[in-house]
Design a protein. Structure first.
Length: 551
């Protein structure tokens, strides 16, 4: 039975999380007490046989497997699996077969000559373990209920259901955590399917009044935690956009706002026609812009380095499911060091160079999501000292401000490289009408101006002031000179994420009945109130003096 501790012992070596290791040991002892005898150890055969695979994953990503990873595995084909394992497949396979033979011998031996736990200590373990599990679970339920009193009212928020913190701790242990992850995978997929089915019959009745032989490519890049202030394009003194600043045909929006300071509420605003005052309504009856493009014959894609499931992600994946092809490229949680955003570049290159005449692609990046040091490779660790120079640190401790800011800026520098890579791929399609729109989901605080707050999910100006720009090909400019002229005229105007849907629709010359595109950035729109948090007017609201937090 103690072999089941191997994954958690291996994780402890890299993470030094004594809490999880202690919990894992306790769980194993509790399971032994339930079984009483190791005669029935074969019941855990799947978990024993899976240990080498689990250890291989830990050796690469230094984290446990959860429903995010399981979903990627289920969607991975044979060629992708072989590419991931590499040229040592035969060696790994031989080792796994030897391991399996050893496990089968162990099961047989224990079945024939079992050890039985008859001592009264077994009863004490069962009683104390059961009471511990029940009371700790109940205590965390009570804490959840208290926390919900301070959250905004969220309508139909089944997609963003918070999970019991204690269960999330157990989920980090093996093998019980693996079982919980399978359960969560099924549960989260059901949420997505349920919400998707509710919108299945909705249609925009969109039409594209266009006769073109040229290829059409429209890309929406959703950035992560990219605040406006730290972009060189917006006047930042550091050269965080050395490549984008050299690109022609870029129109930078230096007054773009997010409507929310959290991913799960801002991204649905980017993708749909939802109004700013409905931000906390997760049951919006319409489909996203992906379906609008599909209706007029575009092949649609969703590429992501973010997670598929979770209280911050499921509400996004509902819309991702609308795409013809959905590809999640990151094999680790955003809380851990996984793939960087540049893994999208070769995949995008392959898509763009296909024979499809009409393509709409959403690229959902990890951008600058904390931990910032995980968001870029070592060669982009330019601004120092960074978080890579520390062994321990916290986003919430102001004494690490310099390292946090430097690593954050390094992540913006790498984002510049990734976005430039996307544009360079589009430039290769010289005869194509190409249009790319980038927007971050929300901003970030970094202990600004004496404020002792950092991170996002806050009500501060830096949480809403985001980076955003558009890029267009020479062919698009040639065919749409008036639109580009208006786009340049509007680059300094006050806009927010409700402008994204109409801008892309108008850019592609798509017509939706009874939809005016009144906030499109490529039309001479009228000023409108920029609401945040479901009803606060950002431009007329009052703010506190230090953190610039909206009152």
């Amino acid at each position: 039975m103690w072999l089941l501790l191997l994954p958690d012992l291996y994780l402890y070596i890299s993470q030094h999380n004594i809490k999880v290791l202690a919990l894992s040991i306790f769980v194993i002892i509790y399971l032994c007490a339930i079984l009483k005898s190791n005669k029935y150890l074969f019941l855990f055969a799947p978990f024993f046989l899976f240990i080498p695979v689990y250890l291989y994953y830990i050796s690469i990503y230094q984290t446990n497997i959860n429903e995010q990873i399981l979903s990627i595995v289920l969607e991975t084909d044979y060629q992708e699996a072989i590419a991931f394992i590499g040229n040592k497949l035969f060696i790994y396979l031989v080792f796994w077969i030897i391991w399996c033979i050893g496990c089968l011998k162990l099961f047989y031996k224990n079945y024939k000559s079992p050890l039985i736990w008859n001592h009264r200590s077994r009863l004490w373990v069962l009683i104390t373990g059961t009471l511990y599990f029940i009371l700790t679970y109940a205590l965390n339920l009570n804490l959840d209920a208290q926390a919900e009193e301070f959250l905004p009212i969220q309508k139909d928020s089944f997609l963003t259901e918070e999970k019991n913190p204690y269960i999330q701790d157990i989920k980090k242990t093996y093998p019980i955590g693996f079982f919980i992850s399978i359960s969560d995978l099924i549960k989260e997929q059901k949420k997505i399917n349920f919400s998707f089915e509710k919108k299945k019959k909705f249609k925009f009745n969109a039409k594209q009044n266009l006769n073109m032989t040229q290829k059409q490519i429209y890309i929406l890049v959703i950035g992560e935690t990219s605040r406006r202030k730290n972009w060189q394009l917006n006047g930042y003194t550091r050269k965080t956009n050395p490549l984008l600043s050299q690109q022609k045909n870029i129109v930078n929006f230096n007054n773009m706002l997010s409507i929310s300071s959290a991913t799960r509420t801002s991204i649905p605003m980017i993708l749909t026609r939802k109004s700013a005052d409905q931000i906390y309504n997760y049951n919006f009856p319409e489909k996203s812009i992906i379906s609008a493009f599909k209706e007029v014959g575009f092949k649609t894609y969703w590429l992501s380095t973010q997670q598929k499931f979770g209280n911050f992600d499921t509400s996004t994946s509902v819309y991702a499911k609308e795409a013809d092809q959905v590809i999640f490229l990151n094999k680790a949680n955003y809380t851990d060091a996984g793939e960087h955003d540049n893994v999208m570049i070769p995949v995008l290159n392959k898509i763009i160079h296909s024979n499809e005449k009409k393509q709409f692609i959403v690229l959902h990046t990890l951008g600058s999501h904390y931990n910032y040091a995980h968001r870029y490779p070592k060669e982009y660790d330019i601004f120092r000292p960074s978080l890579n120079d520390l062994s321990k640190y916290s986003l919430q401790e102001v004494k690490y401000k310099q390292q946090l800011v430097n690593s954050y800026d390094n992540s913006i520098l790498f984002t510049d490289h990734v976005l430039n890579g996307f544009i360079e791929i589009l430039k290769q399609q010289k005869d194509a009408e190409s249009f790319l729109l980038y927007t971050s989901d929300h901003g970030e605080d970094l202990f600004d101006n004496g404020c002792e707050k950092s991170g996002h999910g806050l009500r501060t100006k830096h949480n809403f002031e985001i980076a955003s720009f558009a890029w267009y090909s020479d062919t698009y400019l040639k065919n749409n000179q008036q639109k580009i002229a208006i786009l340049n005229q509007n680059k300094d105007r006050k806009i927010n994420q409700t402008a994204i849907f109409p801008t892309l629709i108008q850019a592609a010359k798509i017509h939706i009945p009874e939809y005016t595109e009144e906030k499109s950035i490529i039309s001479p729109f009228k000023d409108y109130p920029r609401l945040v948090l479901g009803g606060k007017n950002f431009d007329s609201a009052q703010y506190d003096k230090i953190c610039k937090e909206i009152k």
